[in-house]
Structures are given as structure tokens and as C-alpha cells.
Design a protein around this ligand. Structure first.
Ligand code: UT7
Length: 322
């Protein structure tokens, strides 16, 4: 038997307001045709005044808890990945903890932008396996619309808001049993000027806006994602044809397709939600995962690999047997 973090529930939440490419074309000089061709995005959701990162995270977490058959008081660890916290401090995770009645356990935020959920899975898995907690909520939640420059067509059409959550439970399982098998994480701060927010409490005392050199990010993304996927599968002694599903970060359909092609992965084993949700940063992977679990594609016993790359750069992959 081996102690693993077993995935026992998923959940997600989207803001009420859906925004089409046609609506974006009324805000900036763009077109549905350009956005679809260059990114695969058709729709995104933007949070209203009554919605924020914490409310979306709480809704997603409640659905994940329900799927796992648990209540808030059962949770000893909350790791929340976000680049758009409700406040500079306290951590949004503590606000989620209070709303769920999970008081007394561990709760903290992780800042790794679009790779945040992978970093959060890595942190939670390590803490569960070393006995720091028994049951964890791992959440990715964002309101990217709050930090978009709606005069910059190169970025504002690409992002959306949302949240996704999973429950991980420490269990002793057989070697070929379920759980997080391997997580590989990386960062390369030399590229922090290619994708960043031009504000913050310690510098400008403003929240700032997303700035991105899209073409250069694209180039690094395909290489880094293919490398970390290979590294993760190699660590587990798993070949690409044994993978049932890839749940990639949903930034750009062309990045997802190019990465799958580089690894020889069949496109029909790749979960795609970028058309509906756009790039929801740390929320994108758990949102896509929950979508594929709830529509019945991802089933118990299957091998699923999650991957993401984002500002920093940061990137990572996690191999999970459901
Ligand atoms: O989540 C973190 C990771 N982020 C990413 O993975 C994003 C990575 N990058 C990308 O997804 C792509 O680079 C973009 C979708 C951002 C852009 O696609 P691209 O094929 O790299 O286009 P580009 O930036 O090279 O721009 C091509 C043209 C430019 O015009 P010129 O200079 O060729 O005349 C842009 O000004 O498209 C123009 N353009 C637009 N046109 C219509 C840029 N944004 C828009 C727009 N609508 N929204």
C-alpha cells in the first residue's frame, strides 16, 4: 500500500454574464473571425458587481464537496490559486474557509498565475502525503476581467473569469490504485517581462493591468509544456498512448493542438473548453477537468494528465489516476 492524494470530487462555477466575441468587437477593434482563428475562443464570462474571486471559489468548492460527499468542516487544508485575490491580504483561501465552515485547518493562496492550479495541486499533495492534513480543497479562481486593459485588443479578448475546485483525500491505496502519481513544476524568472501585471502594492500601489508579448509567450509555451509532460510521464514510467485524457491550460487552441502534436497525442483525448471559457488563468484546468468529469468523459480508473504554463514563466504537469 502507498499513501496518495486521491481525487474524490470536482466542481466549478462561472459568472452569470457570458460575453461573446461580437460583444468584444464593440469594445475594441477586433472580430469574431480573428479571435476564433488565432485562439479558438468564442465566449468568456465576466464577473458582475455581486461576483468576485471568493464567491466563485466558494461556489466551485461547494460543488466539489458535494461530489465528494463531504462538508466544509471535514476539510483541513485549502490551497487557492489566484492572480486576482479579493484583497492583497488576507488570502482569499481564508475567506473561502470561513464561508465553508472549515475553520481551524490550513488555508493559503498560491501565486503562479496560469500554472497556479498545478502549483496548488503539488503543494496540497505533498502536505497530504506527509500527514499535515487528511482532506484538502484545491481551488483555482480568477476574475481576470478586473485586471484587463479594455483598450488593449491583444489581451482583453483572450481572458475570462471562473473557478474550479477539486477535493483530494489522503488514502492508503494499492500501487496501481488511484491518486496523484507525479507532479512536476518549473519556473524561469528570466521571462517575467513577457507576461505580467504592471501594478502592485509594493510598486505602484495600483492593481495594474495584464501585459503580454503574445507571440513570444506562445513560442515558449509549446516547448515548455511538451517538455514537462514528457518529464512527468517518464517519471511515472507511462507512455503517451496509456494516457486517457489530457486536461491542458485553456489559453489558446493552437498551443493545445501544437503541444499534443509534438507529443503524438490524439486530439480526441484532449479536453477543450477554451471556446466557452477563454483563458481563466488558474481556474482553467480545474474548470476543464470538472466539465469532462461531469459530462462523463473522465471516469474512475482512467489516467489523466493536467498541464499549464503562465506568467513568470511558471509551468507544470500533474499525472492523476482517477
Ligand atoms: O495563459 C498564459 C499563457 N498565455 C498564452 O499562452 C498566450 C500566448 N499567445 C497567444 O495565444 C497568441 O500569441 C495570441 C492569440 C495572443 C496572438 O496571436 P498571434 O498569432 O501570435 O498574433 P500576433 O500577436 O502576432 O498579432 C498578429 C496581428 C497583429 O497585427 P500586425 O502587426 O500583423 O498588423 C496584431 O496587431 O493581429 C493583430 N491583433 C489583433 N487583430 C484583431 C492583435 N490582437 C488582435 C485582436 N483583433 N484582438
Amino acid at each position: 500500500m502507498i499513501r496518495r492524494s486521491v481525487l474524490t470530487g470536482t466542481g466549478s462555477a462561472l459568472p452569470k454574464r457570458a460575453v461573446s466575441n461580437a460583444e468584444m468587437a464593440q469594445i475594441v477593434d477586433t472580430s469574431d473571425e480573428w479571435i476564433v482563428e488565432r485562439s479558438g475562443i468564442r465566449n468568456r464570462h465576466f464577473a458582475g458587481d455581486d461576483e468576485n474571486t471568493a464567491t466563485l471559489a466558494i461556489d466551485a468548492a461547494r460543488r466539489a464537496l458535494e461530489a465528494a460527499g463531504l462538508e466544509g468542516k471535514d476539510i483541513g487544508l485549502i490551497v487557492l490559486a489566484t492572480a486576482t485575490p479579493n484583497n492583497t491580504f488576507p488570502a482569499t483561501a481564508t475567506q473561502v474557509q470561513a464561508a465553508l465552515g472549515a475553520n481551524g485547518g490550513i488555508a493559503f493562496d498560491v501565486a503562479a498565475v496560469c500554472s497556479g492550479f498545478l502549483y496548488a495541486v503539488g503543494a496540497a499533495d505533498a502536505m497530504l502525503r506527509t500527514g499535515m492534513a487528511e482532506k484538502a480543497l484545491v481551488i483555482g479562481a480568477e476574475t481576470m476581467s478586473r485586471i484587463l486593459d479594455f483598450e488593449d485588443r491583444g489581451t482583453c479578448v483572450l481572458f475570462g473569469d471562473g473557478a474550479g475546485a477539486i477535493v483530494l483525500e489522503a488514502r492508503d491505496v494499492a500501487e496501481d490504485g488511484p491518486g496523484v502519481l507525479f507532479t512536476k513544476l518549473h519556473a524561469d524568472g528570466q521571462h517575467c517581462d513577457l507576461l505580467y501585471v504592471d501594478g502592485g502594492p509594493s510598486t505602484t500601489q495600483t492593481v495594474g493591468h495584464v501585459r503580454m508579448k503574445g507571440r513570444e509567450v506562445f513560442r515558449h509555451a509549446v516547448t515548455n509544456l511538451a517538455d514537462v509532460l514528457s518529464e512527468t510521464l517518464e517519471a511515472a514510467g507511462i507512455s503517451t498512448d496509456q494516457i486517457d485524457w489530457v486536461v491542458p491550460h485553456q489559453a489558446n487552441r493552437r498551443i493545445i493542438d501544437a503541444t499534443a502534436k509534438k507529443l503524438g497525442l490524439s486530439p480526441d483525448r484532449v479536453v477543450l473548453t477554451v471556446d466557452r471559457h477563454a483563458n481563466t488563468s488558474a481556474a482553467s484546468v480545474p474548470l476543464a477537468l470538472d466539465t469532462a468529469v461531469r459530462d462523463g468523459r473522465i471516469k474512475p480508473g482512467q489516467l489523466v494528465v493536467l498541464e499549464a504554463m503562465g506568467g513568470g514563466f511558471t509551468w507544470g504537469a500533474s499525472l492523476i489516476r482517477i
